[in-house]
Design a protein around this ligand. Structure first.
Ligand code: HEC
Length: 137
């Protein structure tokens, strides 16, 4: 392998590395899910009755853009929503301000990559950008 090819090879390797969530992020996301989101959405994200919609295999998550979901989790969500064929019309409170953008990225990534969801990762930058747009009217 020539020097040039080797550098290209190394660069690809470095980029591939950043695509993975570190173990620390996964643990932090899970911790926040358990201390905060679980109260309503339940341990395996299955939701509760007609009050709390499921996060597990949520068709709402799969069809809604990431920015919208970030803004709903951060600023709260009210009004009608259909999740996996069931109607909900409740209220999710805004996220307590003690959770920083990195925490928000970690917990949403945890939900997006667990419970049967395949939405992928959310970065701290995406959270910061989504927050700038404010609450969804
Ligand atoms: C106090 C209860 C409560 C907590 C805590 C809570 N939620 Fe929710 N969440 C709700 C309710 C109620 C709705 C439906 C709101 C509506 O009817 O518009 C909802 C809706 C959602 C939705 C969109 C619908 C769906 O099921 O796909 C997502 C995604 C979501 N929550 C993620 C989270 C995440 C992530 C956390 C933790 C950071 C969290 N929620 C914490 C009550 C809660």
């Amino acid at each position: 392998m020539g020097k040039r090819q080797f550098i290209v090879f190394l660069t690809c390797f470095a980029f591939a590395g950043t695509a993975y969530t570190s173990a620390q992020d996964v643990n932090n996301g899970k911790k926040i899910f358990n201390e905060y989101c679980r109260t309503c959405h339940q341990e395996n994200g299955q939701g509760l009755g007609v009050v709390y919609p499921p996060l597990a295999k949520s068709d709402y998550i799969s069809k809604t853009d990431k920015q919208t979901i970030i803004r709903e989790v951060v600023f709260g969500k009210t009004g009608k929503v259909k999740v996996n064929g069931k109607d909900f019309n409740g209220m999710m409170m805004p996220l307590p301000p003690k959770y920083k953008d990195k925490d928000i990225a970690d917990v949403i990534t945890f939900v997006f990559t667990n419970f049967g969801n395949k939405k992928g990762k959310v970065t701290e930058k995406e959270v910061t950008a989504a927050k700038k747009k404010g609450k969804i009217k």
